[in-house]
Design a protein around this ligand. Structure first.
Ligand SMILES: [Zn+2]
Length: 294
């Protein structure tokens, strides 16, 4: 630094012409740019370690997967009811299996998150759970409660027996009796099996029919009722089938057999059969062609 100052001083002192003064300016510029200026003293900041807040990866982030569709009735019936679902039903109803044509073989087990169930037991829980799962876009005509709530309020339990010819209500009080000799629900896992024209729907309809009897509705014309308007067991059965056909969720009732609307069409056709055949005072009624499904 001292040497550079002397050089500048000597050049400046001895310059007498323009060229020399130009050289002087260049030298001065060199000194200015190449000499580090003294910097003010600073206090060294403490060394801090840097922690990256993110990690680079070479794997692209996958797009969020689409929301899975809710299960259909058919899918729910193809798997065992969960232990929670079984406990919920047991809390509301007494299920008494005095006879069980499917005894001796378990189709669901507690070890797999369900309960140890025979086919009849599993079908029974599925039928009752279906009442809880069904959603309608209109209130049922015979109650202001959802279907499951109505059912568990109407009866206290179900006896399954093979020593009776027909199912009936009630013995003992508030316990409907279901005969087990020819239940279509034991012949198929489907809601309705096209091969046999029946399935779990038949058991559900039977449970609802018998439960209605326990609300003081006995048949008024032999094994039939006089009219739909009296809203007895046949009236309730008719309307339940109508609601399956015209007021249920088409996606939930979707069938993978025949056509997607097969289950709703079958409910509509069975409702028509009940309407024509089970009401004595309306035996001559003409229904016309089946109503198209929504
Ligand atoms: Zn009846």
């Amino acid at each position: 630094m001292l040497k550079k100052s002397i050089i500048i001083f000597l050049i400046t002192l001895t310059c007498t012409n323009i060229a020399c003064q130009a050289v002087s300016r260049l030298v001065n510029a060199w000194v200015t740019t190449s000499t580090p200026t003294s910097s003010p003293s600073v206090t060294a900041s403490p060394t801090t370690s840097y922690t990256p807040t993110y990690t680079l990866t070479t794997t692209p982030t996958p797009l969020p997967s689409a929301t899975p569709l809710p299960p259909t009735l058919e899918e729910l019936l193809a798997r065992c009811p969960s232990s929670e679902e079984i406990s919920a039903v047991d809390a509301d109803l007494s299920l008494i299996f005095e006879s069980d044509p499917s005894a001796g073989q378990l189709v669901c087990t507690a070890r797999e998150g369900s309960a140890d169930l025979t086919r009849l037991q599993e079908r029974t829980y599925q039928a009752i759970l279906t009442m809880r799962r069904l959603r309608f876009d209109a209130w049922l005509p015979w109650t202001n409660k959802p279907l499951y709530d109505w059912f568990v309020d109407a009866i206290d339990g179900i006896r399954f027996r093979d020593d009776i010819d027909i199912s009936f209500c009630c013995e003992p009080k508030n316990i409907i009796n279901i005969q087990t000799n020819n239940l279509a629900a034991l012949k198929t896992n489907l809601w309705i099996d096209p091969q046999i024209g029946g399935g779990l729907q038949g058991l559900l309809v039977l449970l609802i029919h018998e439960a209605r009897h326990n609300e003081d509705y006995q048949h008024t014309c032999g094994v039939n009722d006089n009219s739909l308007a009296e809203m007895g067991a046949w009236g309730v059965q008719y309307y339940f089938l109508q609601w399956l056909a015209f007021h249920s969720d088409p996606y939930f009732l979707k069938s993978s057999h025949q056509s997607p609307d097969y289950y709703r069409e079958a409910a509509r056709d069975e409702a028509r059969w009940v309407r024509i055949n089970r009401f004595c005072a309306e035996a001559t009624i003409t229904l016309g062609p089946p109503q198209p499904l929504p």
